[in-house]
Write a protein that binds this ligand. Structure first.
Ligand code: C2E
Ligand code: CA
Ligand code: CA
Ligand code: CA
Length: 278
């Protein structure tokens, strides 16, 4: 609304109108998508620096829409959040990621965790840890095979509630990590309050390494802070061997990015692992 006065005058520009119409449409289609099998997860490996072993996979959501083709999460997750669909959508993601993780375990593929992105509407719910526990139980998945990725904005929406959920999740044995680290406003102060196992250096810094000196400095600093606080540090968005080498020299414990693999569908993972040369 350009102006919301005493007599509730709303003035929208035609651009605003179109954007709202787009979102409304997207919302309707998304509700449909959740019930009609149009969503799937893709998985991207996380690689340990010391021996290049695969330690886990991050689950990333995709929407294959009959009308729109492949829709990326950056387009539809904000819409889902706006419509309050994230508890449901996030529950779907958690369930499918745990099922996949259990299938890898049963296939004897290795000791991997699956990392799941969690949005504010999930972590802020009083029963989130309970939902996670129930999902683990249902799939017979050990808690340490699940990692939950949290962002600063999700935690800061209500710090007390987030802390409560995180304590319960830690007690279950689920690993917690901070996603997009360094992109927020209060990163350093909230690190002290929230006990997590892992920091993820955002790809917006990684992509400017080594060209941009301040990105290099930030990556360096994040590694140092993470280690000081006994966390492991991973860099995402690693695309070149040069970036990988520099990040490893900085002490980064793990790497993730197109250099190793694009995100892939669950069944493709076994084949990729068989071809993967350490
Ligand atoms: P994110 O959690 O920071 O995920 C990393 C993004 O970087 C992913 O984009 C991934 O495909 C992309 N990426 C990985 N390696 C590289 C690389 O080497 N270079 C570049 N340029 N990009 C790389 P994606 O899959 O489009 O996801 C975008 C964002 O959408 C995610 O950012 C996350 O915030 C959100 N998202 C995805 N799936 C879920 C989900 O299931 N739940 C929630 N709440 N959010 C999700
Ligand atoms: Ca993530
Ligand atoms: Ca990120
Ligand atoms: Ca992100």
């Amino acid at each position: 609304a350009k102006q919301l006065g005493r007599d509730l005058v709303c003035e929208y520009s035609t651009d605003d109108m179109r954007r709202m119409e787009d979102r409304r449409m997207l919302g309707i289609r998304l509700r449909h998508a959740m019930q009609h099998d149009e969503l799937h997860l893709v998985y991207q490996p996380e690689i340990r620096s010391s021996d290049r072993a695969v330690i886990g996979f991050e689950a990333l959501l995709r929407w294959n829409s009959p009308e729109m083709g492949l829709v990326m999460p950056e387009r539809f997750i904000p819409v889902a959040e706006g419509l309050g669909l994230m508890p449901e959508l996030g529950g779907w993601v958690l369930d499918h990621a745990c099922a996949q993780s259990r299938a890898w375990m049963d296939a004897g593929l290795g000791d991997f965790f699956v990392a799941v992105n969690v949005s504010a509407q999930q972590i802020q719910r009083g029963n989130f840890a309970e939902q996670v526990a129930e999902t683990l139980r249902r799939h017979g998945l050990p808690a340490d095979r699940l990692e939950l990725e949290l962002t600063e904005s999700a935690l800061l929406e209500n710090v007390d509630r987030a802390l409560h959920s995180m304590q319960q999740l830690s007690a279950l044995g689920v690993h917690l990590s901070f996603d997009d680290f360094g992109t927020g406003y209060s990163s350093l102060s909230y690190l002290r309050q929230f006990h997590v196992d892992k920091l993820k250096i955002d790809k917006s810094f990684v992509c400017d390494i080594p060209r941009d000196a301040s990105s290099v400095a930030i990556a360096h600093t994040v590694v140092a802070i993470g280690h000081q606080l006994h966390m492991t540090v991973i860099a995402e968005g690693v695309e070149t061997a040069e970036q990988a080498q520099l990040l490893i020299e900085m002490g980064c414990d793990a790497l993730q990015g197109y250099l190793f693999s694009r995100p892939m569908k669950g069944p493709a993972v076994a084949e990729w692992l068989a071809d993967y040369q350490v």
